[in-house]
Design a binder for this molecule. Sequence first.
Ligand SMILES: [Zn+2]
Length: 239
Amino acid sequence: MTPVKSRFEPLFQAILSLFILSSCQWSPLPGDPPSLPAPPVENQNPAPPAQPPSLPESLSCESPDPEFQCLALKIVSYENPEAPTVLQKLEADLLVEQINAVWKPCKIGFQLEQYQSINPLTLGLEYNPEWRSQASQVRATFSDNQTLLIVATGKLTSSTIAVTQMPGVAPFGVLVEDSFAKNSLTVGHELGHYMGLYHFRNTTNLMNPYIGDSTKNLTSNQCGIARSTNQREWTQMMR
Ligand SMILES: [Zn+2]
């Protein structure tokens, strides 16, 4: 199943849609971006070990709490000659920090282990992908079995702002279009799908099909589903 959020719903939801769309005029990211810690020294040994990269403590979600689930992320950001990259590295770091605040009550966190800014045309992919026909190709291009994948694209066609492949049939990954890629509630919602959550109609819940400033809560039942999905499906992504 591939849940999507559409900007257009039947007429009886028109008023609700208008309200939610207006609340989706997202504010700029608050404050100045955090300064990055000094990069780690490169290993000069000829054969680097095939292990996840060690992250600075401020960017890691690893916890001494044995119940805490820390999952590795890969973010791919599209760029093209006419447009800067959708999500810069500092913006990606800030996004992950904000997503972690949303998921903290579930004792789930994320750390950005891989970041790429690429011109999709060089890989035979479109900057503005038609997600129904191209999402699988995009996921197959970038996904691996070590990280959860988020691809920040140009405009997704068909009135869709984000689409996520739920556990079941690979390839997996989130596609989120440029105008919502910096929004932690949008991307955090998509990660909820990644972890097996369906939509839940409650205007304060993260998994509400319409995402607004107030859709940030998670129930204990949702936490339980997400945590069991991670243990079942994403053990290789857990750190
Ligand atoms: Zn959704």
